[in-house]
Design a protein around this ligand. Structure first.
Ligand SMILES: [Zn+2]
Length: 396
């Protein structure tokens, strides 16, 4: 669909990338950085402006960020449909081409109801949101969906997702085929949260690890500025690392062994310290019931969350030693203050001194919006890739 092709380093797609990254946003700046003539740059920009990719940016004072007369990506180039889904519900949104959300809606729905029911609901909400703002499906340029399971990214296909009953092997883009004339990109939820936080909150940071602590536990990893998915899309699946806590006696007998995880294995990190495991242990149904009890001063709950943070910290310390991020961003419904404090303390104690010398561990500034921002970046990165832009312009 969006396979890499040879790209002209001086074509319109390459020029667009320079503007988008902010490396050069004026004709003079583009001439200087590319060495191309005024007439060539003029011709490339005319193409990009005529096709609606770029517009003249707002005129700013001399003390403002971008120079007066600079170019920016056109937010009206097209609409994006975005979804951030978790185990027990999803948020669907419609955004402009720069990822600014215009309308959004959150629904409670168990992801294990399967692809037909869940994607059908998304489709209905997409139509509603389009109607609400008076746009037709033809205005949609791309669709980005984050799901709580491993995704083979090129196909948008789920691969043995532990909690997504009925989704194994399902190709999500096939569901939307014929409904929208736009690419459908699907990725793991923690990957999109990592991308959202890196692009929005830490644009200067090239090595970032996002730890999602919600119903499940997962990691999204950005190294040298690139999201790392691994060969099959399973990178960062630390929730199923074998990590029984020291002195674990939670098996029904010594012979029963470590605690059973919902993936079918025993002794996983998630089986002890995820939202679902803590809910089972404490007899509540939602992760926010746990954090609310802690906020109400339930000392036993606070101690349990601190213990969970320590246990998660043991796993995070291993991930930090392996990947050496500059920033760890922690998000998800379980990422509560006392838990974070315990997690942080454990990582600094357990990681090598070089890996933690200047490591920051922070709560995600975007909160619940990280996944939607990440989905928007995923789609606009694909649509604005130089070879895609060049092909679009030569076809048009
Ligand atoms: Zn497991």
């Amino acid at each position: 669909m969006l396979a890499p092709l040879s790209t002209s380093p001086t074509g319109p797609g390459a020029i667009l990338t320079l503007v988008r990254s902010g490396q050069a946003v004026t004709r003079a700046g583009l001439m200087e950085i590319t060495g191309l003539s005024r007439s060539t740059i003029g011709q490339r920009l005319d193409q990009l402006l005529a096709a609606g990719y770029l517009i003249a940016g707002p005129v700013e004072s001399s003390t403002g960020g971008r120079p007066a007369g600079g170019l920016v990506i056109n937010p009206q180039f097209g609409l994006l449909l975005l979804v951030a889904a978790g185990a027990s519900g999803f948020t669907a949104a419609i955004a402009d081409f720069c990822g600014n959300v215009i309308e959004q809606r959150s629904v409670t729905m168990d992801i294990a109801r399967g692809p037909a029911a869940v994607l059908g609901r998304m489709q209905t909400i997409f139509r509603d949101l389009l109607n609400q703002i008076g746009h037709k499906p033809a205005g949609v340029k791309g669709i980005g969906i984050g799901l709580p399971g491993p995704v083979a990214f090129p196909e948008g296909q789920l691969v043995r997702p532990p909690i997504m009953t009925g989704w194994d092997g399902y190709r999500v883009p096939d569901f939307f085929a014929g409904q929208f004339d736009a690419p459908v990109l699907v990725d793991n939820d923690a990957n999109l949260m990592a991308l959202g936080e890196q692009q929005q909150s830490f644009p200067q940071v090239k090595d970032l690890l996002y730890l999602k602590l919600g119903t499940g536990i997962g990691v999204g990893l950005i190294m040298d500025g690139q999201l790392q998915r691994g060969a099959q899309g399973a990178a960062g699946n630390i929730g199923h690392w074998f990590m029984p806590p020291a002195g674990d006696t939670s098996g029904s007998s010594a012979a029963a062994g470590p605690r059973l995880c919902r993936c079918g294995n025993q002794g996983c990190l998630e089986a002890y310290s995820s939202g679902w495991a803590l809910c089972e242990e404490c007899g509540v149904t939602r992760v926010r019931d746990l954090t609310r009890r802690a906020a109400d001063g339930d000392m036993a709950m606070l101690a349990r969350l601190r213990a969970a943070g320590q246990h998660q910290g043991e796993a995070l310390a291993l991930a930090v030693n392996l990947t050496n991020p500059a920033v760890v961003v922690v998000g998800g419904s379980l990422a509560q203050d006392q838990l974070l404090a315990a997690l942080r303390e454990t990582v600094y104690r357990r990681s090598g001194s070089l890996a933690t010398r200047s490591l920051q561990i922070v709560a995600g500034p975007l909160g619940n919006d990280a996944g939607l921002h990440g989905a928007a970046h995923l789609v606009s990165d694909a649509l604005l890739a130089p070879h895609v832009v060049d092909r679009h312009l030569s076809a048009g």
